[in-house]
Structures are given as C-alpha cells and as structure tokens.
Design a protein around this ligand. Structure first.
Ligand code: OAD
Length: 250
C-alpha cells in the first residue's frame, strides 16, 4: 500500500498532464452518502422512480421529496481532505482538470478551477420547459410541493442529469478531450457503474494514459484498465500523495 501511493506521487511528478475522474466516494467524508452500497441513496430510493426524467415529469412532488433531502445535505457539505488535496495539486500545477460525476460543487469550493461537471450541478435549478436557470437555495427547498418556473409555471428541477437525459454537450466534449490528452488519470471513488461516464477512463487508457485508482474496494476498472490500485479512503490517500510531493493541505 505504502509503495503504491509513493509510486503515484512519482507518476504525477514525472508524467505531466494529470486528470482526476471522481465519483460519489470522494464526497462521502463530506457527509454526502454514495449512491450504491449499504448506506447508498439508491437503497432508499428506487432510481427508476426518483432519478428518471419521465418519473420527474409525471410526478414532480414525489421526486422533490428526495431532491429536498439531497439538496439539504449538499448545501451543508464542506470539501473533504480529498477535495482539498485535488485543489492543492491544481494550484501546484500538477493537475490539469477534474472530471466529476458529482453534482455537489465541492471541487470548486476546494479551489479547482477546471472542473467538468458531467452530471450537472445540484446547486442550480433549471426549468425543463423553457430552460430558465436560477440558484438552488434554502428558500427553494421550502416551497411546497415544489418550486415552479416564474416564466412558464412548470416544476423546476436541479440542473442534474436524470436517467433518460443527455449529458450536457460541452461537458461531454471537454471530458473527451481531457481524457484523450492526459498522461495519468486518477479515478477516485466511483463504482464505474454508470455510462457514458464510465467510458471516460477507458478512453484515457486506450490513448495511452496510466490509470491510477483510489477506492475502498475494487471496481470493474480495477481488473481491466487500472495500472495502480490504491486501496483506502480518498481522504486518507490523497493527502498522503500530497505529502509525498512535498505539499500539504493547509
Ligand atoms: P457509487 O455510489 O456508484 O460508487 C461510489 C464508489 O465510491 C464505490 O466504488 C465505493 O467503493 C467508493 N467509495 C466509498 N467511500 C469511499 C471513500 N471514502 N474513498 C474512496 N472511495 C470510496 O457512486 P458513483 O460511481 O459516483 O448518476 O455513481 C455514478 C453515478 O450513479 C452518479 O453520478 C449518479 C448515480 O446514479 C446520476 O445521477 C446520473
């Protein structure tokens, strides 16, 4: 284990063009539960009933019970040591981009400036009818049964990608470019279960990038494309890699 994170630090130093690809596991220590596994959101809520755009359009009041709960957790969350470590890496010129499946905005709060939000951002509201956008706030969560668009009176939704919706065009294009160009891709805290997001590390690998994976348990990437698997919590491992590079969180 010790050797692994030291090797990762060495790769970051030597290879240049490092990109991180992150998932819900990086935000677990910020108090946001992941989607799959014991404490996962999808254990409590069936994604077909709560995260599918058709279900939202059919029954926004039902889906808003979950969106309110998620929004409440997200608005209170602070970046974890893992988010902060990626922020420091970018400032030090050692990280080019973060491609994230997360919708919590914590990478930006931790100082990353080149963040590609593949599944959108829960801190924004959007109208599926007229494309109005506005902030998701404590006040919007208080509106029952759900907040509506001031322009067309339809139910607003957080600006996140629901099942049955397209990935935002610019996020998809930017992610493809970064994946194809990077020399090292660090996959952090994602199960790799959801496509097309899970294609991103495969693209990087096919184009010759070294794949590093940090997770508490193996994933489908581990046995297929991962070159260096570092087992452990992102908030323990990433700060160790920083220290190895002579950097720290403060
Ligand atoms: P998942 O919940 O599927 O997976 C979380 C991953 O994080 C798992 O592989 C865990 O082992 C790992 N993990 C948990 N705690 C960790 C920690 N402290 N440090 C490191 N790893 C940890 O979440 P995602 O892969 O992000 O999409 O899910 C992908 C997509 O599925 C989400 O973006 C969302 C969901 O449906 C949409 O809503 C469209």
């Amino acid at each position: 284990m010790e050797t692994d994170y030291r090797q990762v630090a060495q790769l970051i130093k030597e290879q240049g063009n490092v990109v991180a690809f992150t998932g819900a596991g990086i935000s677990v220590e910020s108090g946001i539960p992941a989607f799959r596994g014991g404490q996962g959101l999808w254990e409590k809520y069936d994604p077909m009933e709560y995260a599918d755009i058709r279900a939202f359009l059919r029954s926004p009041e039902k889906v808003w019970t979950m969106l309110r709960e998620m929004g409440d957790v997200i608005l209170r969350a602070e970046p974890s040591p893992a988010h902060k470590a990626l922020g420091v890496l970018e400032k030090a010129g050692l990280l080019n981009a973060v491609i994230t499946q997360n919708v919590d905005g914590l990478h930006q709060m931790a100082g990353n400036t080149n963040v590609i939000e593949y599944h959108g951002n829960h801190r924004r509201l959007v109208c599926p009818g007229c494309s109005y956008t506005g902030p998701f706030t404590e006040e919007s969560m208080q509106v029952l049964p759900y907040p509506v668009c001031a322009r067309c009176q339809r139910a607003l939704k957080p600006d996140v990608v629901f099942f049955g919706e397209q990935i935002p065009v610019s996020a998809s294009a930017r992610a493809g470019i970064e994946a194809a160009a990077c020399k090292v891709m660090i996959i952090v805290g994602t199960s790799g279960a959801v496509y097309p997001a899970a294609d991103i590390p495969f693209t990087a690998s096919e184009k010759g990038a070294t794949i590093v994976e940090i997770n508490v348990s193996p994933t489908p990437f581990t046995s297929s494309i991962t070159n260096y698997f570092v087992e452990g919590s992102a908030s323990t491992i990433l700060p160790r890699i920083l220290n190895e590079l002579g950097l720290d969180l403060a």
